[in-house]
Design a protein around this ligand. Structure first.
Ligand SMILES: Cc1cc2nc3c(=O)[nH]c(=O)nc-3n(C[C@H](O)[C@H](O)[C@H](O)COP(=O)(O)O)c2cc1C
Length: 324
């Protein structure tokens, strides 16, 4: 399949693996890129720019295909040395960066002068247009269904994607709720030129996370996610568990007086406990509603090959067959 996204990133299939804290290590990024998609290393999971450089070098040893780096510009916390993370990315020869959170305007010159293609992930048409305006090469349009931070507008992809298609000139991928060949064909029909997946890629053999996490995603239904930190306007979609329900109870108890400090026990330092130690009730960790569509733990290559085969059959047989 050839789209403006496959052309932009020099990849075989229009499938991107979104940056994921404590999941987006070299093992997963290399597996996705090797299977013909665009794998992405999550920069801020690495404690320093030097460690990111090592992770990029490790990924380079595992695949000779292009891969990217995710840079998440966090709104609330002490700012990491972004320019140095970007420098490590550029020096590592990486040509694709997925930005998320705040827009990357302050770093565009540094990225573009090094020939890096920038895909900005955002949850609204206005932010997508802003990304286009500051010179991003593409956007990843993240609907309300998504795992992670869906923003505060709550517009699902059936509306958000065609709205993006109405307004944008740069290519975009559909993100949030994407799992299989049906998702890809639907995304293409709505105007996207590929798809970005998070949660689906966690339940794969190569994802370097504890088996408990993969099993929890397979066991979860589309009803098992919760929106946390909504009163702080930092909404995150997470998989429910005992501590997430406790967090929601605290939010209800505190009402308008809620601050992030009230939620520290449920949100701070949770990712390594969940992803590395398999402590599933530790607290809040991102997961999409798409968990309801995830029923197995294939290898990344099996998953991507299956998606592309299913998409081809859908387009060439089912859809073409409807035209009389
Ligand atoms: C466990 C997990 C961690 C994530 N961490 C990040 C992150 O650090 N930065 C980021 O930009 N997006 C992050 N995301 C969002 C994904 O990149 C992607 O946009 C999202 O998962 C898409 O929705 P889906 O899960 O329905 O596929 C995370 C998602 C998950 C499930």
């Amino acid at each position: 399949m050839k789209t403006r996204i496959t052309e932009l990133f020099g990849i075989q299939h229009p499938i991107i693996q979104g940056g994921m804290h404590y999941v987006g290590f070299a093992e997963l990024a290399a597996a996705v890129s090797d299977a013909g998609g665009l794998g992405i290393i999550t920069a801020l999971t690495q404690p320093t720019p030097e460690r990111l450089a090592k992770e990029i070098a490790r990924c380079r040893e595992m695949t000779d295909k292009p891969f990217g780096v995710n840079l998440t510009f966090l709104p609330n916390f002490a700012a990491p040395p972004y320019a140095e993370y970007i420098q490590a990315t550029i020096e590592g020869g990486v040509k694709a960066v997925e930005t998320a959170g705040n827009n990357p305007q302050a770093y565009m010159a540094q990225l573009k002068s090094a020939g890096v293609k920038v895909i900005h992930k955002c949850t609204s048409v206005r932010h997508a247009l802003k990304a286009e305006g500051i010179g991003c090469d593409a956007v990843s349009v993240d609907g309300f269904e998504c795992g992670g931070h869906p923003g505060e507008d709550d517009v699902p992809n059936f509306i958000l994607l065609p709205r993006a298609a109405e307004e944008l000139r740069i290519p975009f991928v559909a993100s949030g709720g994407m799992a299989d060949g049906r998702s890809l064909v639907a995304a293409l029909a709505l105007g996207a030129e590929g798809m970005n997946m998070g949660t689906r890629f966690i339940a794969t053999k190569e994802a370097p996370v504890h088996d408990n996490v993969k099993r929890a995603i397979v066991a979860a239904s589309e009803l098992d996610t919760r929106l946390v930190m909504r009163p702080l306007r930092n909404t995150e979609r997470v998989l429910t568990n005992a501590n997430v329900e406790r967090l929601l109870a605290i939010e209800r108890e505190k009402g308008a007086s809620l601050t992030i400090d009230d939620l520290r026990a449920q949100v701070a330092g949770i990712y390594p406990r969940v992803m590395l130690d398999g402590e599933m009730d530790a607290g809040a960790w991102s997961c999409g509603m798409v968990a309801g569509l995830i029923h197995d733990i294939p290898s990344v290559k099996e998953l991507i090959d299956r998606i592309m085969a299913e998409a081809n059959t859908l387009i060439q047989k089912r859809l073409a067959g409807l035209i009389q």
